[in-house]
Design a protein around this ligand. Sequence first.
Ligand SMILES: CC(=O)N[C@H]1[C@@H](OP(=O)(O)OP(=O)(O)OC[C@H]2O[C@@H](n3ccc(=O)[nH]c3=O)[C@H](O)[C@@H]2O)O[C@H](CO)[C@@H](O)[C@@H]1O
Ligand SMILES: C=C(OP(=O)(O)O)C(=O)O
Length: 449
Amino acid sequence: MMSKFIVRGGKRLTGSVKVSGAKNSVLPIIAASLLGEVGESVIIDAPPLDDVITISKVLESLGAGITYQDEVIRVNAEHITTCEAPYEWVRKMRASFLVMGPLLARCGQTRISLPGGCAIGTRPIDQHLKGFEALGAEISLGQGYIEAKSNGKLRGAKIYLDVASVGATENIMMAATLAEGVTVIENAAKEPEIVDLANYLNAMGAKVRGAGTGIIRIEGVEQLHGVKHHVIPDRIEAGTFMAAAAITGGDVYVEGAIADHLGPVISKMEEMGVTILPDENGIRVIADKPLKSVDVKTLPYPGFPTDMQSQMMALLLVSEGTSVVTETVFENRFMHVDEFQLMNAEIKVEGRSAIVTGGAKLKGAKVTATDLRAGAALILAGLVSEGTTEVGGVQHIDRGYVNLAEKLSGLGADIWRISTEEPGTEKASKKPADDAEDSKLFNVQPTWA
Ligand SMILES: CC(=O)N[C@H]1[C@@H](OP(=O)(O)OP(=O)(O)OC[C@H]2O[C@@H](n3ccc(=O)[nH]c3=O)[C@H](O)[C@@H]2O)O[C@H](CO)[C@@H](O)[C@@H]1O
Ligand SMILES: C=C(OP(=O)(O)O)C(=O)O
């Protein structure tokens, strides 16, 4: 069954919205649970996302016990039956590749399908493999699979990452927890999700120091055990709601947003003239004057996040003046530009930069989410477009946003979701905000729950 989001522009957003647990934390944390040889792990604030289902299916296929209820995931990895991760699930999502480090550490060998995922760039895995090799694994590639074998335990090593890759840092960190001796990762990624993963591993009995800085030191231990852990709030989902408030001239409290994780997003919005009031439970965003254009350049953390680039571009479409948006993290992350243009936006792409002429009078159109954040950005643009916007490619949005239409309509947006048997044949087209009973239809609940 296909779905679409329908957005009618023109509503000012007000009220409070709660941020879910971070997709990019929960995925490596679920993968890391494979390292728990004793006891069960309880992962709290796990968002009910399609990506979470996918990685859970990978764990299930490896023989681990995994259940989901009320945003709590329980993983029992005491008995793993295979160390091969199948194509069927890994191809669906790049983050499935994060089981490679834990499996290699736990089993001494692993075979895993090459990862799939959003088409935002070529996304090589050379840095992951370089790390595993440095830890003593032999890597071979063939027929869409990668095999890694270690002769006995992995051995601690110094690894310099050529790019501060989030996934490579996580994969190597997980593999190193059970290695003999000390591993040092240099030029490590510093994202808050790396810190969350390190905290989880340490609670399991690992010895990881320095996460959140460019140098991470991991002293290998004999065994890890299951623990209880709360996932951090999703800074990108939070940033998306902040952008929704800003673009609609709204006043929204983003509950659970951690200002410390959103430094560059807050600074850029302030530069645009948005008032940002963080407190210990969230961030209030007030937009009471026209937005001013700003230049934005994506960078690894603590720079401006690439996962907020398209949402920021949506704001710049309607800001006063011209902006330059430069994408330095992924080489193909401007696919939303063509879709924005269908909505009457004025943007010119030159290499890694997009020049946005602000002040566009956006018009509703039929557009397609080409990746997860592009989808969110199109919805943001739809919120201020004249007429109705239909956003297809909803499967991308479901990977990373929990009940997006519901959360936005809770703030007063005119947005709902429809299911269609075939493109063009709408079936259920009531607005979720119309009554509480209907809203249940729009819950993205894992089918395996
Ligand atoms: C599940 C998850 O956490 N996904 C996030 C993670 O993805 P992911 O972990 O895949 O992103 P990376 O940090 O690895 O990628 C950053 C850059 O490094 C390059 N690279 C990466 C690995 C490698 O072995 N070789 C290499 O050249 C990539 O092609 C890319 O240009 O970080 C990205 C950058 O913040 C975010 O956009 C994603 O939302
Ligand atoms: C690119 C993203 O995710 P992934 O790495 O899982 O494709 C994202 O969250 O925007």
